[in-house]
Design a protein around this ligand. Structure first.
Ligand code: AMP
Ligand code: ZN
Length: 494
């Protein structure tokens, strides 16, 4: 087996930084909780998906063959975030008088557009909850067979108390089962659950519920936590390497996943490394739709949001987010974005300069470059520390500038290793797109411009003139004209 550079991962389950040892190198299984597709993603969601984009990119960069599974939640996530309330997608479908699958398609498309604009790599498999109802029913049967669930009026609930007598419950979120059992509300006589801590594996659908499937217990729908247990183990095995998601999913979602996995198989430690990304905040408060402080990438680009002084490019935001470590909270501010814009510009200018550097017959920088390489690897090997990596890259920028002004020289070998190093970390690991592409109309830039024109079209259709005009004016400032015709809108360079 090939040797892989050391990588330490902060495991949320053990609360320690552990040496990453995949079950079956060079293969790595990575599961990340995807979006619930009932509304547009906001910038907070983008941060979490970026965190795992970096994990995926770096593991691949190290030479691992990663199977990256990121699901689409298209059923079972209720408005109460537990077992109460309406299905989030069903509710939106009811309000808009559309099929639930129309809602799912619309917001899945939006999610994919946003991922593309931020240069996120696609997962290897993107399974949806509604595509795995049969497997979810099978897992419920397995949990029932092992005695950790019970049926009540056509619904099936996980029996947390019984489970906690056999296996630990609450380890991931650091909650003590006794506190949980003592601190929950008392059940009223109407409740089907034996205990308030129990959670739904299957719920019987009432007459008004739109999304429903037949099952041995009732016509109904699966509980939210179940889909991730099912889809992760189906594609990655009963035990797999890494499971990720936002910090807010630790409890109850991930705690319940662990209980379901163990409850179904009797095998503990289904996930070897749990990773949690921290929240994007605004003035210290978690960015969330319900707080009214969440803006969409579309608003970010156009600058049309009260929190934004002006528009910012997706790459600026990517760079801004990577300047913070994923495990720390990151506070959004215009000042921070403007500083990130300058920093990114400096880095990208140096990347351009790198391609034009003179090569000397002899150079004196092989140790310097070797040291830079070691520091880059050490930064990323220390729990994906992108802010430290970026600071090392700026040391490399200094070297580039010195070679350009003649105070340092590079041999061909040194030049090649510096180029490999920077291309590898800037483009492949951090996923920053080169500035020159943005001006040459190639690849991602064209896609980005098409996307912006599409967004403007959507804004116009919604009579959101401020956003539509904001996009047009921003593109105009960049030398891009939008041409409207009967067939639709296109863009052209001045
Ligand atoms: P949802 O679509 O609500 O299930 O969320 C999708 C992902 O975004 C989850 O992993 C959440 O933890 C994450 N998320 C939601 N809000 C934020 C935020 N403000 N900052 C970072 N991640 C977030
Ligand atoms: Zn999940």
């Amino acid at each position: 087996m090939a040797d892989f550079p050391e990588l330490y991962i902060q495991n949320s389950l053990t609360r320690t930084k552990e040496l990453f040892q995949p079950l079956n190198a060079p293969y790595v299984g990575l599961y990340v909780c995807g979006p619930t597709v009932y509304s547009n993603v906001h910038l907070g969601n983008v941060r979490t998906f970026l965190t795992f984009d970096i994990v995926y990119r770096y593991l691949t960069f190290l030479g691992y063959q990663v199977r990256y599974v990121r699901n689409i939640t298209d059923v079972g996530h209720l408005t109460g975030d537990s077992d109460d309330g309406e299905d989030k997608i069903g509710k939106k479908a009811r309000l808009e008088n559309l099929e639930p699958m129309e809602i799912v398609q619309r917001y899945t498309n939006d999610f994919h557009d946003v991922m593309r604009v931020f240069n996120m790599q696609s997962p290897s498999i993107e399974p949806s909850a509604t595509g795995h109802i049969v497997e979810q029913i099978e897992m419920i049967k397995a949990i029932l067979d092992r005695g950790f669930a019970y049926e009540a009026n056509g619904s099936v609930y996980f029996n947390v108390r019984k489970y906690s007598e056999a296996y630990p419950y609450g380890e991931l979120s650091g909650r003590k089962i006794d506190d949980l059992l003592n601190n929950t509300r008392t059940l009223d006589g109407q409740d089907e659950k034996h205990d308030p801590l129990d959670f739904a594996l299957w719920k019987k659908a009432d007459a008004s519920h739109l999304m429903r499937w037949p099952s041995p217990w009732s016509e109904g729908f699966p509980g939210w936590h179940l889909e991730c247990s099912v889809m992760s183990t189906k594609y990655l095995g009963n035990q797999f390497d890494i499971h990720g998601g936002g910090m807010d999913l630790k409890f109850p979602h991930h705690e319940c996943e662990i209980a379901q996995n163990t409850g179904a198989t009797g095998e503990s430690n289904s996930v070897r490394y749990w990773m949690h990304g921290n929240m994007l905040t605004v003035n210290g408060k978690k960015m969330a739709k319900s707080e009214g402080n969440g803006f969409t990438p579309e608003e970010l680009i156009s600058g049309n949001h009260p929190l934004l002084e002006r528009g910012y490019s997706p790459m600026t935001v990517r760079f801004f987010m990577l300047q913070g470590h994923y495990a720390s909270t990151l506070d959004f501010s215009n000042e921070a974005l403007q500083a990130a814009e300058k920093g990114l510009e400096r880095l990208m200018k140096a990347m351009k300069l790198l391609s034009e550097l003179p090569i000397s017959n002899s150079g004196d920088n092989d140790t310097t470059i070797e040291k830079l390489k070691e520091r880059c690897q050490k930064a990323m090997g220390d729990d994906f520390n992108t802010p430290i990596l970026i600071s090392v890259l700026f040391d490399a920028v200094k070297l580039i500038n010195k070679v350009a002004d003649g105070s340092e020289s590079l041999s061909e070998v040194e030049y090649n290793s510096l180029t490999n190093l920077l291309h590898g970390y800037v483009y492949d690991v951090l996923g920053l797109t080169p500035e020159e592409q943005e001006n040459s109309g190639e690849g991602e830039t064209e896609g980005l411009l098409d996307f912006l024109v599409e967004l403007r079209g959507k804004a116009k259709a919604n009579q959101d003139w401020a956003t539509a005009d904001g996009i047009r004016d921003m593109l105009k400032a960049m030398g891009i004209q939008i041409k409207d015709s009967k067939e639709g809108s296109t863009w052209e360079r001045d």
